[in-house]
Unconditional design. Structure first.
Length: 403
């Protein structure tokens, strides 16, 4: 039975059985992504305390940022009690990380269309693994629940295991006869893929030999704009949440770790019990309902003064996080020919990375200037924009037939 639209259950269309290789690919990609995210998310509970410790230690780089922020605050006559400098620095770090992803995502998508998915994933994981490992090994990281010397080596273990796991178990999914004849078109389109306007217009797809027919390209562009707006707003909460909990509720690193564990556990439960049961073709309706839940979620988190109110807001936040991106990605994946999937999804990931590059810095700046309540209230209202863009959007007909 499907739970994807309205309040009623509708029979699911017949679903094609997955082959053994398809099941293996999905399993390997899931486990590889899990290892990669484990290496990354070790940092999240540590960031507020880590930045404050740099300030107390008179770190030269942190000190230069502090002097710049103090100068700007004095220039605009900001009261001293509103200088949430660590929030601003955290947003800057999140924006820089995502900006680098924005630069590389379209290139990896185009290359994978020509060379295959497996070698691109191996190269990407190798570079990411080394970068994360060096960052956690050399940086003064503090473990949320582990000794300080354990955290960087654990991150190194996860990253190395991820690389070896993909190398040993992931088969190639794009056969040679379906690959793009050359990487050159992908690199020629690099300027388009790095231009925000061209990304929103999916110019690399529109200029291909067989772009989506009919209204497909227009729907694809609208979905890309929805994806960008959602992640722009959502990432602002994502990077300021730990600072809000640290400043308003005095959460320690261990308590922050428990908070993120609650979010992750809720997301896993929602994805297993609800998201995977959404009927084909009903993903857009599910996304609209999830986006609507983010409005009260942001208000509860931004204005809540007690832990139960914060917990309710995080519950709604986690539900939306578990539904929106997987469902939007599933809808977008139905567009284009097999040889275009890498470019389409690479463009979508670039839009997401661009949103995450801008969102944390903008949200942190509003938080720094006006405080948490105004920041979260404004973001709550702005979620009406992606909701309205999805109002009358219908999935492509061939997607329903394929299912």
């Amino acid at each position: 039975m499907g739970w994807g639209a309205g309040g009623s259950c509708t029979p699911r269309p017949p679903i094609r059985q997955q082959t053994a290789q398809e099941t293996r690919v999905i399993t390997v990609v899931f486990l590889g992504l899990l290892l990669d995210l484990l290496a990354f998310t070790l940092l999240l509970p540590l960031l507020p305390g880590l930045l404050e410790s740099h300030g107390r230690a008179h770190d030269p780089l942190y000190g230069s940022w502090q002097r710049g922020v103090d100068w700007f605050a004095a220039a605009i006559r900001m009261p001293a009690e509103k200088r949430y400098n660590s929030v601003l620095f955290g947003g800057l770090i999140g924006s820089v990380f995502s900006f680098l992803q924005f630069l590389l995502a379209p290139l990896t998508g185009a290359v994978s269309d020509c060379l295959g998915r497996r070698p691109v994933m191996l190269l990407s994981l190798a570079v990411i693994g080394v970068a994360f490992s060096l960052g956690f090994t050399l940086g003064p990281m503090l473990g949320a629940s582990l000794p300080v010397e354990t955290v960087p080596w654990l991150a190194l273990l996860f990253a190395a295991s991820d690389l070896l796991f993909i190398f040993c178990f992931l088969p190639e999914t794009l056969p040679p006869e379906k690959r793009a004849p050359s990487i050159a078109p992908g690199f020629r389109a690099t300027a388009d893929l790095l231009s925000p306007l061209a990304l929103l217009r999916f110019s690399a797809v529109a200029r291909s030999q067989d772009p989506p027919a009919g209204d497909g390209l227009g729907s694809l562009r609208r979905l890309g704009l929805v994806y960008f707006l959602y992640l722009f707003l959502f990432s602002g909460l994502e990077y300021t949440l730990s600072f809000l909990a640290h400043q308003r509720f005095q959460f320690s690193s261990l308590q922050q770790g428990k908070m993120f564990f609650f979010i992750g556990l809720t997301m896993a439960t929602v994805q297993g019990a609800y998201a995977r049961r959404i009927s084909p073709g009903r993903e857009t309706a599910a996304v609209k309902r999830a986006i609507l839940l983010l409005a009260p979620a942001f208000l509860l988190i931004g204005w809540g003064l007690t832990l139960p109110v914060l917990g309710l807001g995080l519950l709604l936040y986690s539900f939306a996080a578990a539904v929106v991106v997987p469902c939007l990605s599933s809808v977008v994946a139905n567009y284009g020919s097999p040889g275009q999937k890498g470019t389409i999804m690479g463009t979508l990931r670039s839009l997401g990375a661009l949103a995450r590059a801008v969102g944390p810095m903008v949200a942190a700046s509003v938080y720094w200037l006006a405080g948490a309540r105004i920041c979260f209230t404004v973001c709550s209202g702005l979620f009406l924009l992606p909701f309205l863009l999805l109002w009358n959007l219908r999935p492509p007909a061939h997607a329903l037939k394929a299912e």
